[in-house]
Design a binder for this molecule. Structure first.
Ligand code: SF4
Length: 631
């Protein structure tokens, strides 16, 4: 009997409107675990690297894990993956909320969607029963309207819904998915892939129960975790002020990305920070399934220009940086309103902020003029221009059509030197942590298989001095110096990436888990064992993480990525102009050496390809064969 998981993976073919169920054996589950492991495995076996990301041959995967839905804070994340329309390579993006556990309780561990429906549809999964329903009445609705309509159509107020907004319908390559209005699979353009399949939403209701191998032990460990969350300082801070609490510290340290990554400090940061946030727009805390941290913020404002509605989720750190510091906007209600628009329209707020910052700098440099922007001025600091541009991008009209392609393609289309201001890695816009101030995070941006991704690795700053003790169980004993890049930093990144990767493999929220937050490595191993009944170890789990990373790497290699794609943005090879990090930068030649050192540690060749020995070590012998043209 399986514990922790259902042993069932739902397959949906939208072209033929048929469904079927895969039932992999226990060894398969113990090899791939969930999240990043499931996605790597299915992309390599089901998707030819040559497919058009927006064509019917691309496969959209929703992946829980063997522990999703267990009664612990943060055991609620699910990952979505496909070939990315933004990068042309491996895509994976996680969200918390309630959808993942609900899918498990409905009887499935994952969903694999192939083909394209000939007209809009939605999927209705009700305690194991699956229907592909007509969704034409939903097309054109925003995420809030879609959720309301699906509550009516299914007759279930408790239905959990993942949907796309108009941005996904219009195939914007950085369109996101949203579940229950407050939780997002933001990165890598999965909203566009879902839109290309004419799939507006997936509605799930599950009343099943998850069987645990050792229910008493699970209860005891869950209680321990809950108690620790109450006193563990990083969790206490998250409960009190959420991620807006990061703004002041990041700004003071000099790595709050400002004015399109030009500077590391924003003079208006205080207005975006937690104190002002809680004194002006904060309404209440929000949470996810079974989570006692409750880091989410809900906001409200009765303002005719920037009305804020509590139901739509308040801005978190990344949104405050994206639509605030990066655009030099210190008007908090405007930033929160811009975030609300992105949520309703289904745009990833990170890429949206980055593409607007790119346009503003191009405008200030004279590369874009009012002739390109319908007569509007779009300079840094202009909140109204930000709101206007979000709407134009979602509509794909005027300058919005150009920007809706993402910074890389927008710059290629504008020409005139615009690419100097288009900051992306592997085609994906960066999240808002200046790598010059935390160089391990910089390596994560360069080496993440999804392109610039801030959840590839833990942040260097948490492992200074005594902080390194959190990574002792992974064998890292030396404190980290955030601004330094040397061999020790490459080792920190190599091992830290594996520690952090546990959360992406098992679908755990980073804010509740290892290595920074309330979970510890030994307790996590005990927990996995109590849930699944497997006599497991940290070694076995980390092997799963490495297996997932290698599968993603092989997929990207097959899609044509080379070592030249493992790089940083131009600005980070230049000296930081001001602030506490003045003069900090990456040396391009040294950086290339650190990348090669990472390949060497990883058992990859000089071209960044995992060696046959590494594939065999990880039990990925089946990757030794060249892929066929179409799988
Ligand atoms: S810590 Fe925050 S994001 Fe993570 S599960 Fe809890 S409420 Fe959700």
């Amino acid at each position: 009997m399986a514990f922790g998981y259902n042993g069932k993976i739902l397959q949906v073919n939208l072209s033929s409107k048929t469904t079927s169920v895969l039932e992999p054996d226990e060894k398969w589950y113990r090899t791939y675990f969930g999240g990043s492991g499931f996605i790597g495995r299915f992309l390599l076996t089901e998707v030819s690297p040559q497919v058009d990301p927006l064509g019917p041959e691309n496969v959209l995967i929703f992946a829980c894990s063997v522990v999703t839905g267990a009664p612990f804070s943060g055991f609620n994340r699910y990952a979505v993956g496909a070939k990315s329309p933004l990068t042309g390579g491996f895509a994976r993006t996680e969200a918390a909320g309630y959808f993942g556990p609900e899918l498990k309780f409905a009887g499935y561990d994952a969903i694999i969607i192939t083909g394209t429906a000939d007209s809009p549809v939605y999927l209705w999964i009700n305690d194991g029963k699956v229907e592909i329903r007509d969704g034409s009445g939903l097309w054109g609705l925003d995420n809030w309207e879609t959720l309301e309509r699906l509550r009516e159509e299914t007759g279930e107020q408790k239905v959990r819904v993942v949907s796309i907004g108009p941005a996904g319908e219009r195939l914007i390559p950085f369109a996101c998915l949203q579940n229950d209005l407050e939780h997002f699979n933001g990165r890598t353009g999965m909203g566009a892939v879902m839109g290309s399949k004419n799939l507006k939403a997936i509605a799930v209701r599950g009343t099943g129960k998850m069987e645990m191998a050792d229910p008493e032990k699970v209860k005891e460990l869950s209680k321990w975790h809950r108690e620790r969350i109450k006193t563990h300082p990083p969790n206490v801070g998250l409960t009190k002020v959420g991620t807006p609490g990061l703004v002041q510290g990041v700004n003071a340290a000099g790595f709050l990305t400002t004015r399109n990554f030009k500077e590391g400090q924003f003079e208006g940061a205080e207005k975006l920070a937690a104190e002002n946030y809680h004194n002006t727009i904060f309404a209440s805390r929000g949470t996810c399934w079974h989570c006692t941290v409750a880091c989410k913020r809900q906001v409200v404002l009765d303002d005719p220009q920037y009305p804020l509605d509590k139901r739509f989720g308040g801005p978190e750190y990344e949104a405050l940086a994206a639509l605030g510091a990066l655009l030099a906007i210190d008007n908090l209600p405007a930033v929160a309103y811009g975030n609300q628009l992105c949520n309703l329209l289904g745009l990833d707020v990170i890429s949206t902020g980055a593409v607007i910052a790119f346009a503003m700098e191009c405008f200030e440099e004279g590369i874009l003029t009012e002739a390109d922007t319908e007569g509007k001025s779009i300079k840094f600091g202009d909140a109204q221009a930000m709101v206007w541009l979000i709407r134009r991008i979602a509509e794909r009209k005027g300058i919005g059509e150009v920007l809706s392609r993402g910074v890389k393609k927008a710059a290629e289309s504008i020409g005139r030197g615009a690419e100097r201001y288009a900051f992306h890695i592997k085609g994906q816009e960066l999240a808002f942590h200046d790598g010059r101030g935390k160089t391990g995070m910089g390596m994560g941006f360069a080496l993440s298989p999804t392109g610039a991704d801030h959840i590839e690795t833990p942040h260097d700053v948490a492992f200074q001095g005594e902080g390194i003790s959190k990574l002792y169980p992974m064998g890292l004993l030396d404190p980290v110096v955030p601004v330094k890049t040397d061999a020790a930093k490459v080792r920190f990144f190599y091992i830290g990436q594996k520690a952090w990767g546990i959360n992406n493999l098992l679908g755990l929220c980073n804010f509740c888990s290892v290595p920074i937050h309330a979970m510890t490595f030994p307790k996590l191993v005990d927990t996995i064992q109590a849930i699944t009944g497997w006599e497991t170890s940290l070694y076995e789990i980390v092997l799963g993480v490495e297996r997932a990373n290698v599968m993603a790497r092989v997929f990207n290699n097959r899609c044509g990525f080379t070592p030249d794609d493992d790089t940083l943005i131009r600005r980070w090879f230049e000296k930081m102009p001001s602030g506490p990090l003045k003069g900090a930068h990456f040396d391009p030649t040294e950086f290339r050496g650190w990348i090669q050192l990472y390949y060497d540690m990883s058992g990859w060749d000089t071209q960044g390809r995992p060696t046959p020995g590494k594939l065999v070590e990880l039990g990925l012998d089946w990757l030794l064969e060249e892929p066929s043209e179409a799988v």
